[in-house]
Design a binder for this molecule. Structure first.
Ligand code: SF4
Ligand code: SF4
Length: 758
């Protein structure tokens, strides 16, 4: 935290800088001199270089940083970027009261990629209770004007959110509504700074007024479907991850004052005069030296650094003893629970009383932490079985939604009604058919034929789906089914190919057979897997693999969704050969990287043979709408095929994540250079690339450990690609917060991969 200006144009009576015990600001220069900015930047860069930090966060703070003006801020930002970015990605932030924010400053922040948080306490009455000028005048309109500027599309990337200090005398509903009206990406609700010596206001007899006040906001937030991120509630949820105020993570904030002094966290100023002092400065002392200061070191100890009461508290992992400053009491120092202890206990109860709306079968997921847990798990490179199950379930939900949309395009309701009946009578059969990878492409094509003109006219897919489910379930049924090129394809089962069938056929389902009438055809077809092609039945073949059975999908017309030619139905010897290769490849994945084999097991259902291309004999592909399938050229070598399977399955998993969450900022038109392609790639393409290459690196690392030929060289090659891609992505500023988290975790996984290879 860089205190670039130590004075302020507001005179808030709750300000810890000017109104609380510490008064050291009085002896400091108003502006941080350029030489001090340079020394601070060099210290940060030095620390990043020596520790190989991938990222450094710098918050411009005050006082009021905007008092530096556009020219002064540009100098500071340029100095920081020039000095630090050669060594680490620089995440620049600013905390401001917003009064001086104008278009020129917004453009500057967009140019230097600075995310700006604005202090704003809610509705006019709430905000002006404390946030006023020295003459007592309101700041409300000016702050709202600043927030409106940040909300503009051209500035939106610089809008970090709102910091709101609460006061239990304010109306929580009005505060909540005022915050929501500003569409902040994130809200930080702060408890007013207080200590055991200076306890917080507790009007009335309520022992936990802060928990009750926050509980009201929490209820509104839950009822509204959590329309914005509120960090306090998310941090206090199980697995919420913590913040400076909550949780047991080591403290990682240091302050550089306007005179170059290193200080501990700012909030300590509320405890006593000089509480944040370290005696060090950026001219003579490194970050490592400051980090050894006892006041900083004690905050690296997790639960061991807390008082006895907190250490035995059942919610210590979430509360973490509250904000360090709030534990202060003359005599016992910081060896106390938070002065808000009772409120924190009750607030955690409140958070627990309103369970998040989404729970997976394991019951382990919470909506607030769902995305983080899911991304962290997948960022290991493979992802756990429960994550794969969750992704598969969300893909099925999307398919069901598309199915309902197609119902409205259907000329008849018979197929839909049969599906609804079967969903009750034979839900497993419905699930098995709808989870087939090429059902969604069929539904998408029905809804938007222009998106894939190569697939020809769109036919209603519902009747064939209903027939497939009825056959799987052994339920008699009769339907009129559209015909494409004399063919009716029954997903997961096979195709009926009967020349002369016409445009539509009446299909009657009986156990093990179907009766068909259409065009010049009237015949009964036995659905015997061993039946010859002359009967008109071409069953979908499958391959026994360690995880179950893998479909060799070379008949479904909607498999032609990879942007490259697919192979027509394979002759029997070719199908058998590919089946053997796939089974051996799967076993190779199990041998080398069992976690990736489990991930394949969790969702890979079908492999599509691609047509051979002498110019590119080794090709593979995935399609965003076809989760559960990968396409490959029928390469005969199982070891090569194993790498292709793992590589493509990464794309499929990440595609399923991207159906749920934006990892790349929408509308990002930039391109990123990567080592594996000659042309610059869009950020999403790079993200897909690094995720696939991470897995391939892990495969080769495992092979290198068993001394397989050339494996070490391959491992080093893919590791370098992945690392360069990850660094380029992180430097591109094209990722959302979730994307940054994901890619940051990928970097950790890479580090582990690297260490594991030594
Ligand atoms: S705007 Fe911030 S720094 Fe300025 S007086 Fe208010 S709380 Fe203090
Ligand atoms: S401050 Fe209170 S609620 Fe928090 S960990 Fe300590 S004892 Fe538990």
């Amino acid at each position: 935290m860089l205190k670039v200006h130590s004075r302020c144009d507001l005179s808030c009576d709750h300000c810890y800088v000017y109104q609380h015990a510490d008064q050291t600001w009085r002896g400091r220069p108003a502006r941080m001199p350029p030489a001090t900015v340079q020394a601070a930047a060099r210290r940060i860069a030095e620390h990043a270089r020596e520790h190989g930090l991938p990222i450094v966060h710098v918050v411009l703070h005050g006082g009021e940083p905007l008092l530096l003006g556009a020219a002064g801020l540009r100098e500071v930002l340029a100095e920081l970027r020039t000095t630090i970015t050669p060594w680490a990605r620089l995440d620049l932030r600013m905390q401001t009261n917003g009064l001086l924010l104008d278009e020129e400053l917004c453009r500057l922040f967009v140019e230097y990629d600075v995310r700006v948080g604005v202090s704003f306490d809610g509705d006019r009455a709430a905000n002006d209770r404390h946030r006023v000028f020295a003459h007592g005048g309101s700041s409300h309109d000016q702050v709202r004007r600043a927030l409106a500027l940040l909300r503009r599309p051209e500035h939106r990337t610089s809008y970090a959110g709102i910091l709101c200090t609460i006061d239990v005398r304010n109306d929580p509903d009005r505060v909540y509504e005022a915050l929501l009206a500003e569409s902040p990406p994130r809200v930080d609700l702060l408890l007013p700074h207080a200590t055991w010596d200076q306890p917080p206001q507790r009007p009335g007899t309520d022992p936990t007024p802060y928990a009750d006040w926050l509980g009201r906001i929490h209820r509104r937030w839950v009822d509204d479907g959590r329309p914005m991120s509120i960090r306090m509630f998310e941090a206090l949820s199980p697995g919420g991850g913590g913040t400076e105020a909550f949780g047991l993570a080591p403290a990682d904030v240091l302050v550089i004052e306007a005179d170059g002094s290193w200080e501990q966290v700012d909030s300590l100023k509320t405890a006593y005069h000089g509480a944040a002092d370290t005696g060090f400065d950026v001219f003579d002392h490194s970050v490592d030296e400051v980090a050894r200061h006892p006041g900083v070191a004690v905050r690296q100890d997790g639960v061991d650094g807390l008082c006895a009461t907190c250490r035995s508290c059942p919610v210590v992992d979430r509360c973490g003893g509250g904000l360090y400053a709030h534990r202060w009491r003359t005599g016992s120092g910081f060896d106390n629970p938070s002065v808000y202890c009772a409120d924190l206990l009750r607030l955690i109860d409140t958070v627990d009383d309103h369970p998040p709306p989404i729970r997976a079968a394991s019951g382990e997921w919470s909506a607030t932490s769902l995305v983080e847990e899911l991304l962290d798990d997948l960022a290991t490179g493979h992802g756990s079985t429960s994550t794969l199950a969750l992704l598969a379930a969300t893909q099925l939900s999307i398919t069901r939604a598309l199915l309902a949309a197609c119902r409205d395009r259907s000329g008849t309701t018979a197929a839909w009604e049969l599906l609804v009946h079967l969903d009750q009578a034979a839900p497993e059969a419905v699930r098995a058919v709808l989870a087939h990878p090429f059902v969604r492409p069929a539904l998408v094509h029905r809804l938007d034929p222009s998106a894939s003109p190569g697939l020809g006219a769109a036919v209603d897919p519902l009747p064939a789906l209903a027939v497939a489910v009825a056959l799987r379930a052994g339920v008699p049924a009769a339907l009129s089914v559209p015909v494409r090129a004399d063919t009716i394809t029954l997903p997961t089962l096979g195709s009926l190919v009967l020349p002369g069938l016409g445009q539509s056929a009446e299909v009657t389902v009986r156990p093990g057979e179907v009766q068909i009438r259409g065009g010049s055809v009237a015949q009964t077809v036995l659905l015997d897997p061993l039946a010859s092609q002359s009967t008109g039945w071409l069953p979908t073949r499958d391959v026994p693999v360690p995880g179950g059975r893998l479909l060799l999908e070379d008949g479904d017309p909607y498999r032609d969704c990879y942007g490259q030619p697919v192979e027509p139905r394979l002759e029997v010897p070719a199908a058998r050969a590919l089946g053997r290769t796939l089974a051996e490849a799967w076993r190779a994945v199990q041998r080398d990287v069992p976690a990736h084999a489990a991930a394949l097991d969790g969702g890979l259902r079908a492999v599509v043979p691609l047509a051979p291309d002498p110019a590119r004999p080794l090709r593979s592909a995935t399609a965003r709408h076809a989760f559960g399938a990968v396409a490959v050229t029928p390469h005969p070598d199982p070891e090569t095929m194993a790498v292709l399977l793992v590589h493509e399955w990464q794309h499929a998993k990440l595609g399923a994540v991207l159906d749920l969450y934006d990892l790349v900022e929408p509308g990002q038109g930039g391109r990123i250079r990567v080592p594996w392609r000659p042309d610059p790639r869009p950020p999403e393409g790079v993200l897909q690339g690094v995720y696939a290459h991470l897995a391939v690196t892990q495969v080769w690392q495992a092979r290198a450990a068993t001394d397989q030929r050339d494996a070490s060289a391959h491992a080093a090659h893919f590791l370098a690609w992945t690392r360069d891609g990850v660094d380029a992505l992180l430097a591109s500023r094209s990722l959302t917060a979730a994307g940054e988290r994901f890619v940051g975790q990928l970097r950790h996984a890479l580090e582990e991969t690297r260490v594991g290879s030594r």
